[in-house]
Design a protein around this ligand. Structure first.
Ligand code: EPU
Length: 437
């Protein structure tokens, strides 16, 4: 177990380099294994979720290693096993992408139903229906999805609800299918677009990514390719919100401001100054913010992954804000922790009513999931006094060294781990992938 000790009240300042996108990297690592050769991937963050995905790929026979420049090499030549272990798959939701990979490459897949953050019911029924429509025989037995096909065949698919994971999994499966697949009501998120651009670099024929209709003309073979993934819009948004809550001036670098239109507009409405360039963005905030109403939604709507830190920020706004969560059914569990810090928030079903208080006070609190962890950090940075946030290892799933980055920018915080650093390196969630070169 890890703990973050944060003494709030310091303003944030300086320049922050934003890392590569976790959710883009998870799909692209799997996509690389569609080719019979070695791809080189740049800007992959070293989160524990990414390392877990690398271990899952290795279990299937895929070669994965990191070179001295931090680039990930993925070699799909050895892909031969169709059954990843339950222990690894249950840790991350995106592990289910290997089902699309295995069906496309081997024609069989036996994949445990995935786990992930506890943010509400997260079924995979759309994925399964899509595989069936592409010609796979699918069943659920003993907690596993078993699927087999003599060869996937392209078809027209309508997904009930725009789903990022389903769109990614079906693109992976359809890229090597016979004929053309059309995905209607596809997710438009930048991570879907990034995956499609990478696959096209490998020789896939995907059109329409970023719109509601994606057309995939299957090809017999994909070639390995070198690719650099997009910046993490959630890490960028989290830094913007943290600066707004704590006050100060921070410039983010290597980002795509266009991916952050909804959060930028809501921050401006709250009284935060935002100045965006081509690939950088400066946030300035001072004094108490104005209340704003927010509803999460699919891209380009307000991202659910920033809802929790945004609620923390609004906890001290000068008035009442209403935040509605439309993507995941249980993403307000962290509110109880904010209330321990003095927040006045009532949750009714999918809506949080936040009556802004003049200040939060530091308290012992816990991270209930990854983005709730970011929310606790935002709250503690702006609070008076010391907060001790337990289960801080949760942050490693999606932020690289967040505590060090925040400290470099003025925050007064430390991380305490049960294990010394050397042993942590070897602990399961952070066990290193071989570094060569
Ligand atoms: N859904 C179904 N059936 C399915 C698939 C989805 O009912 O088969 C529902 C979900 O329960 C949810 C909605 O559809 O209510 C949308 O879920 P989606 O499939 O879009 O989400 P996801 O692919 O599971 C990804 C990100 C999440 C992010 C969401 C929404 C990854 C690995 N995860 O999840 O990221 O919140 O899209 O943008 O890409 C995070 O990074 O902390 C995180 C949770």
């Amino acid at each position: 177990m890890s703990k973050l000790v944060i003494r709030g009240g310091n303003r944030l300042h300086g320049d922050v380099l934003i890392q590569g996108s976790k959710n883009s990297a998870l799909g692209i690592l799997v996509a690389a294994a569609l080719a019979d050769g070695e791809s080189v991937l740049e800007n992959i963050p070293r989160h524990s979720d990414i390392i877990t995905m690398c271990h899952i790929l290795r279990e299937l026979g895929v070669g994965v290693w990191i070179d001295q420049k931090g680039r990930f090499h993925v070699d799909g030549r050895g892909l031969s096993r169709d059954k990843p272990s339950h222990g690894l798959v249950r840790k991350i939701r995106a592990s289910f992408y290997v089902a699309g990979l295995l069906l496309a490459r081997l024609g069989t897949a036996e994949v445990p139903l995935p786990g992930g953050c506890a943010i509400g019911s997260r079924p995979v029924d759309y994925h399964l229906r899509g595989f069936e429509q592409l010609g796979a025989k699918v069943s659920i037995e003993h907690g596993f999805m078993r699927a087999e096909t003599k060869g996937l065949v392209g078809c027209k698919l309508y997904v009930n609800r725009a789903s990022v994971g389903t769109t990614i999994n079906l693109i992976l499966a359809a890229s090597l299918a016979e004929g053309t697949t059309i995905i209607e009501n596809a997710a438009k998120e930048p991570e879907v677009v990034d995956l499609s651009i990478y696959l096209n670099t490998m020789g896939a024929k995907i059109r329409g990514a970023g719109t509601e209709v994606i057309k995939i003309q299957g090809v017999p073979k994909l070639e390995p390719a070198q690719y650099g993934i997009i910046a993490d819009r959630v890490e960028a948004g989290t830094f913007m919100i943290a600066t707004a809550a704590a006050g100060g001036e921070v410039t983010l670098h290597s980002i795509v401001p266009e991916h952050l239109r909804a959060p930028i507009s809501k921050l401006e409405e709250a009284g935060v100054q935002v100045e965006a360039g081509d690939s950088e963005l400066t946030v300035r905030a001072a004094g108490r913010l104005k209340p704003v109403d927010v509803e999460t939604g699919v891209y380009p709507g307000f991202p659910t992954d920033l809802q929790q830190p945004f609620v923390s920020m609004l906890a001290t706004a000068d008035g009442t804000s209403v935040v509605r969560e439309t993507v995941f059914s249980d993403r307000f569990r962290f509110v109880d922790e904010l209330v321990r810090m003095g927040a006045n928030i009532k949750v009714e079903q999918d809506t949080a009513i936040i009556r802004g208080v003049p200040r939060l006070t530091g308290a012992p609190v816990e991270m209930t999931d990854l983005r709730a962890g970011a929310a606790m950090v935002v709250a503690a940075l702006g609070a008076v006094g010391e907060s001790q946030i337990s289960a801080a290892e949760m942050l490693d799933r999606g932020y690289e060294q967040l505590h060090i980055k925040q400290r470099e920018h003025g925050a007064d915080l430390e991380r305490e781990d049960d294990l010394p650093e050397s042993e942590l390196e070897l602990s399961e969630s952070l066990s290193p992938i071989e570094v060569r070169g």
